[in-house]
Design a protein around this ligand. Structure first.
Ligand SMILES: [Zn+2]
Length: 448
């Protein structure tokens, strides 16, 4: 059932001049913004002043973009440590507290919540950034957007204002039970919504189990997803799109910058950044050397306009690859091929670096599996072992052992490792409501 869309032609880009700017001009603009950002940070943040001085660099040393490499890194640990050392907001903050109008709060794995502060202008920029990303995914004023992300402290909550800014009708649903969310999607004929990939899958299956066919009985035609690699794994994306009869757009957010920092345009070929706001570097996490386009490395981000707490060379721990080729949509800003995983998620099996997302792509290519999987990591004779648990599809009546063997060999040909494979009956592996727990590391005392 198609949602009638008004007979109106909208502009193609949210900000055509910025989004289609030739790259040499974009680089010039970034250089000017980088200079301003370094000067701002050096003059106002005791932390940046000290760390630049210790590294023997001054904002004036930035003559070319490449000179940014001379400036020291920071990471999540820096933010947490400086916040604890200098309460409330830490000494990376560049404005007096009365100029801060909003903080998002994220609790990392250590459980110490860290704040990300915004000035009024930062918050305006944040909303304009989100509107630009949503517009690039094809959201328009006639859309009805159901925001199904957490509103409590989480920086993804205010993303909804970006959709309002572009004129969509917004429903602030938040995280509510699936039955209720389905009822809201249905009653208000929402055309767009945002969840994690695992949850989009779970929600679609829950709908079907209640006799609601998401393709026919719901109106959702655009699904935004973030938080897990699945949205950029073609096999996962196609399965969710098929289930919903909708287009799926992968997004990437970082709580220390914006709710969404990069998102897919309608071409769905990578996630666009807004490089007039954020400068992206991709480095070899061990050597710090820049990696060439198309190769995997750790993403390092520098904010270009944030005033409350600029981030200079923030190591994200996210492993990505990118391209600067002009997209078929006409936008010139850098695109990520996807987030392959977190540095912390990388498994080293027999000397080979393996991300859970690599296994996911292999499992989901084969229609004889349901697509659900878990990775059990153990240790034998001081070597890491990997067991891949998968489920065979409900109608599968062939040779289970052969199915497991085929998956093992597929892993060998693509990744260079032969994991153990356990083929289980359908519906055996626990389903995720939000973020799926895909890896059980028994070496860390985690239990199956
Ligand atoms: Zn594009």
């Amino acid at each position: 059932m198609a949602v009638p869309s008004p007979d109106k032609t909208y502009k193609k880009y949210w900000d055509e001049e910025l989004e289609t700017m030739p790259r040499p001009k974009l680089r010039e603009m970034q250089l000017a913004l980088l200079k301003e950002s370094l000067e701002w940070a050096y003059a106002r943040s005791p932390y940046y002043k000290k760390s630049f001085d210790e590294a023997g660099v001054k904002p004036d040393d930035l003559k070319h973009i490449e000179d940014l490499k001379k400036f020291p890194y920071i990471n999540k640990h820096t933010l947490r440590e400086r916040q604890q050392a200098v309460p409330l907001l830490g000494d990376l903050t560049c404005v007096p507290e009365e100029e801060v109008v909003y903080i998002s709060v994220s609790s990392g794995s250590t459980g110490v919540p860290t704040a990300s502060p915004f000035t009024a202008q930062d918050f305006e920029d944040f909303q304009d950034y989100e509107a630009r990303l949503f517009w690039s995914s094809g959201m328009r004023p006639h859309d009805r957007y159901c925001h199904a992300l957490n509103f409590t402290l989480f920086v993804g909550g205010p993303d909804v204002i970006g959709a309002q800014k572009l004129g969509a009708l917004c429903i602030w649903a938040g995280t509510i039970p699936s039955e209720r969310l389905l009822a809201i999607l249905k009653q208000w004929k929402a055309t767009c919504t945002w969840t994690t990939p695992s949850y989009a899958w779970f929600l679609g299956e829950t709908a079907k189990s209640q006799g609601i066919d998401p393709r026919k009985d719901l109106y959702v035609r655009k699904l935004m997803v973030a938080g897990e690699p699945g949205g950029s794994i073609p096999e996962t994306r196609e399965k969710i799109e098929e289930l919903w009869g909708a287009d799926l757009y992968d997004y990437y957010g970082l709580s220390d910058i914006f709710g969404a920092c990069a998102g897919m345009c309608e071409a769905k070929n990578g996630l666009h950044w807004a490089e007039d706001h954020i400068f992206v570097e991709v480095i070899n996490p061990e050597t710090g050397e820049e990696v060439p386009e198309g190769e995997r490395g750790e993403m390092v981000l520098t904010t270009l306009k944030k005033k409350a707490r600029p981030l200079i060379r923030f190591r994200t721990s996210d492993i990505v690859s990118y391209t600067t080729e002009r997209c078929s949509c006409g936008r010139t800003h850098l695109r990520l091929h996807g987030i392959h995983g977190r540095l912390d998620d990388m498994l080293i099996i027999k000397g080979v670096n393996v991300f859970p997302s690599d296994i996911e792509a292999i499992v989901r290519k084969n229609p004889d599996f349901t697509g659900e999987y878990r990775l059990i990591v153990g240790e034998e004779q001081h070597l890491a072992t990997l067991t891949v648990e998968v489920e065979h599809a409900p109608g599968f009546s062939g040779d289970i052992e052969g199915l497991g063997h085929a998956l093992r060999e597929e892993c060998y040909s693509i990744l260079g490792i032969r994991p153990r494979v356990k083929v289980l009956p359908p519906e055996t592996i626990p389903r995720a409501v939000h973020k799926a727990k895909r890896v059980i590391d028994t070496r860390k005392g985690e239990t199956v």
